[in-house]
Design a protein around this ligand. Structure first.
Ligand code: HEM
Length: 145
């Protein structure tokens, strides 16, 4: 899949200037839409966490043109997330909160094309993090309904 790098970079330029607003809204969206993930952050210093999350987004966008750097960093990040108690099914929740936050911050600049570009980018990030995570196969089986 080819990511729309120009579009992702451009849209992130304006978000970059609004770090505090972005992280506050992101965690507010995540916890109100997906309260199930709240316990994972029970002992987390949220201000520090917001800075780390934002720094990793900056890193991802900066590294879009250097896939090898991105790949190793994201696989390592995925490995660490297993220790944080994060499961594969939590990834779409964080993705949903990210998109909602972008939409709120970018207003009329949040076009369907841009939305799709971020969905694709987040999908690639998730895939690499899960490759680094090495979850036992039982966890990766689809949930039976
Ligand atoms: C694009 C996907 C994600 C990115 C870029 C990301 C980024 C980060 C970063 C940079 C850290 C700091 C620690 C470290 O570097 O190892 C972190 C910690 C953490 N993340 Fe994520 N994360 C992602 C997905 C998720 C998901 C899906 C969850 C589950 C809801 C999650 C929950 C956590 C938790 C619980 C911590 C540990 C907080 C602590 O130190 O107490 N993350 N994440």
């Amino acid at each position: 899949m080819s990511l729309k790098i120009d579009l992702l970079e451009q849209s992130f330029e304006s978000v970059k200037q609004r770090e505090a607003e972005f992280t506050t809204q992101f965690y507010a969206n995540l916890f109100s839409d997906y309260p199930i993930v709240k316990p994972l952050f029970a002992n987390t210093h949220m201000e520090e966490q917001g800075k780390k999350l934002f720094a990793s987004l900056v890193l991802v966008v900066d590294a879009l043109r250097k896939p090898e750097v991105l790949e190793n960093a994201l696989k390592g990040l995925g490995t660490r997330h297993v220790q944080y108690g994060v499961l594969p099914q939590h990834y779409p929740m964080v993705g949903g909160a990210l998109l909602k936050t972008f939409e709120a911050l970018l207003g009329s600049d949040w076009t369907p094309e841009l939305k799709q570009a971020w969905i694709d980018a987040y999908g690639s990030v998730t895939q690499l993090m899960l490759e680094g995570a090495d979850y036992p196969s039982e966890i990766l089986k689809p949930v039976e309904t």
